[in-house]
Design a protein around this ligand. Sequence first.
Ligand code: G6Q
Length: 547
Amino acid sequence: MSIETTDHALTDRPEWKALEEHLVQIMDRDLKRLFSEDDQRGPRFTVEGAGIFLDYSKNRITDRTVSLLLDLARACDLEGRRERMFTGEKINITEDRAVLHTALRAPRDAVVEVDGVNVIPHVHEVLDRMGAFATGIRSGEWKGHTGKRIRNVVNIGIGGSDLGPVMAYEALKPFSDRSMCFRFVSNVDSNDFYEKTRDLSPEETLFIISSKTFTTLETMTNAHTAREWSLEGLGGDESAVAKHFVAVSTNKEAVESFGIDSKNMFGFWDWVGGRYSMDSAIGLSTMLSVGPDGFADLLAGFHEMDVHFRTAPLESNVPVMLGLVGLWNRNFLGCDTVAVLPYDNELLRFSAYLQQLEMESNGKHVTLGGERVGWDTCPVIWGEPGTNGQHAFYQMIHQGTKPVPCDFICFCEAANPIGDHHDKLVSNVFAQAEALAFGKTEAQVKAEGVADQLLPHKEFDGNRMSNVIMTQKLDPRTLGRLVALYEHKVFTQGTIWNINSFDQWGVELGKVLAKNIIPQLSQSEAVTDHDSSTNQLINRYRQHRHG
Ligand code: G6Q
């Protein structure tokens, strides 16, 4: 394994120190003042690329802030590292892997080499096989064991093998084949499997077992349960598995030993991280729902944003600017969380998807060289679609004690327009961003005739930062662009924080401990080998697990 040793303490860099000094100089200039000083501020703090328009003017920044942030990005070699990712260098140094999700959406004639082998023909070979399979299922040509067509598709996977597929299914529902039913089972909680299958007919149900490793506890447990459920409903004939199970994995041996023929397996590669895999074969359920052409549009959208990220100058680069402004809010203004607020109901799983993408990628406390970081890394990412959030947690965003930077995401056109719903929806985006930035002074509240004792309760400080991301319409292409936007934002921030955004060692310890605990839960004698709290919990559960 080649561990990079070129560790620079980020906070010792002159560019970082310049930002710290600059912060002191602009501390007292709130957003109201910044806007009043410059009537072109809105248009100037705006970038556009790959069909995505980003207005970041409602952040507490000046031209100098932007220029210092760009200096920092250059000093951290963002451009060089970006190229190293795109060209297949093994920048995931703790796993000695290339990071090539961008190759998954590269055109057929592109050349991207890993260890001297061009991976693009392999990518397209899998895409072609997925396309033929999806067409067979969608047309009814592929029949189940008893000769009925497949109407239900159940994706079994977790984490990166679930969040992307389920998010994309919800987001692209208006483009899906409505005669089919799609379900996603992820949790090892038996309720998940039960509830998602209780009304399905095994004769019409296809399971996609999506697991890069094909060893994940949750997925393998659900996969075996699905196999039993299916065989039970199909008369116990083992040959039925071939018609009702396919696998998406990098582990051919494990897939075969589960009983799935490798001709029904769609592969991917170790250079695709789980949370970066919704555009690989892990997206098979997406392709089944929106069709091969819809999936091709999704990939085209991803690729457009890749090209933009790779080629646009940093100052006019949408993911770079989103990343830099986020870094300013995190490291210099001390914001601990970011709310992602899509004003589109179909994006109901988008914040959960980004939670994994950002927090699993950049929630790290050591640098690439293994030193403890001396600066904050990933903030907490959270959110819900608007306007629902407005009637729930926005109170805190407007009047809580700490600012919460918000990404408002909106679309110029509705996927299913009805009357004036869409204007009403989008007006709320603009109003929320405006209210957060400019607030309402005590004098304004008083002028409305509000009683003196209520003034502090009804006043809004303002000076709360937000981005507005606007694009035309939520369709497969736009979804690809949006996801790639955030992938590259993560890359931008991870590069400056000098961490490995592509491993996830932090999820291992709990998994190992759970494996040790599983047999203890059903043993007859009391468990004593943990701390007194864990022993107590295990033993209490042991005593009560049968009611
Ligand atoms: C993502 C993570 C993780 C992974 C799941 C499922 O980057 O690695 O969320 O996707 O643990 O793993 P398998 O696909 O191997 O089952």
